[in-house]
Design a protein around this ligand. Structure first.
Ligand code: PAF
Length: 294
């Protein structure tokens, strides 16, 4: 595996693979790898000749009061894990490589970013994500890019950018990877002390309770959310949001008659955590669960 720091180096390596007829898979990350990231690398490895993983803690997607300075960073560990997954290139640029002096462009996706994490974290968050991901697509020009379904709204935002800007890349959403007790894997789980770690399991338990109500035939949104609120309350967690939204448009869903995203965000101890389930009214994969669809 090669660790590359500059855009021309990455372009040259990708060009070499492409001119030999190879396909390119990109896994955009901010490092601090866990099994969720590794599952994206495996999916990319299985489908591409050249696998590029970007490792860049993107400053523009953090608000001033967020955890940019403390975000876990361990490039040596990440590089060893990526290499073990058969990654070909780890692109680990400096901030000035991505945002040189005079950088003035920002991509804003209207509508989809007004709700959930966009409302909670502020508009800058998805603007920062959309801009850096578009830039990475421009640098690597991948055939496919792999994202985790834990960030369901991010997947929808990236898909909308790809659609609206006619970018020639397939967006693949991979399933949430969970700890044995159900906690969704996240780089931010390292912020949890033992008490908060135990408390954090309530997020997935709450989503499970809501999903169980749905599976039992409940279609009223308030009733489904009440099942989740009950679990969160029992664990002493006041969610930042707990909402049902159309799984494609993120319009509010008063009833679950279409595939619906059940999304939660909460502060647990020192961590802000998010999780989601898709309540599917069909057996077919939902738009944000499906694999390999742009
Ligand atoms: O999901 C992440 O880790 C980040 O939001 C991403 C997609 C790498 C952009 O910085």
């Amino acid at each position: 595996m090669r660790i590359l720091r500059t855009i021309p180096e990455v372009r040259a390596a990708v060009e070499e693979a492409r001119s030999a007829g190879g396909t390119v898979g990109l896994v955009p990350t901010m490092g601090a790898f866990h099994d969720g990231h590794l599952s994206l690398m495996r999916a990319a490895r299985a489908a591409s000749d050249l696998v590029v993983v970007s490792l860049f803690v993107n400053p523009t997607q953090f608000a001033a009061n967020e955890d940019l300075s403390t975000y876990p960073r361990d490039e040596d560990r990440d590089a060893a894990l990526a290499e073990a997954e058969g990654v070909d290139i780890l692109f680990a640029p400096s901030a000035s490589e991505i945002y040189p002096e005079g950088f003035a462009t920002s991509i804003h996706v209207a509508g989809l970013t007004d709700v959930l994490d966009g409302a909670s974290r502020g508009a800058h968050h998805f603007d920062g994500v959309a801009t850096v991901v578009t830039k990475l697509f421009g640098i690597v020009r991948p055939d496919a890019a792999y994202f985790g379904q834990k960030d369901a709204q991010q997947v929808l935002v990236v898909r909308r950018v790809v659609r609206d800007l006619d970018l020639d890349v397939r967006i693949v959403a991979c399933p949430i990877v969970r700890e044995p007790d159900g906690l969704a894997m996240s780089s931010r789980n390292v912020y949890l002390d033992p008490d908060a770690r135990a408390q954090a399991t309530a997020l997935n338990r709450a989503l499970d309770a809501a999903a169980a109500a749905f599976e039992a035939g409940e279609r009223d949104g308030d009733a489904i959310l009440a099942a989740a609120h009950h679990v969160l309350l029992g664990a002493g967690i006041a969610p930042e949001y707990l909402e049902l939204r159309d799984a494609e448009t993120l319009e509010p869903a008063a009833r679950v008659e279409r595939d619906t995203l059940l999304a939660v965000a909460a502060r647990v101890g020192a961590a802000r955590l998010i999780d989601n389930h898709v309540l599917s009214v069909t057996d077919a994969p939902t738009p944000i669960d499906e694999r390999g669809d742009a």
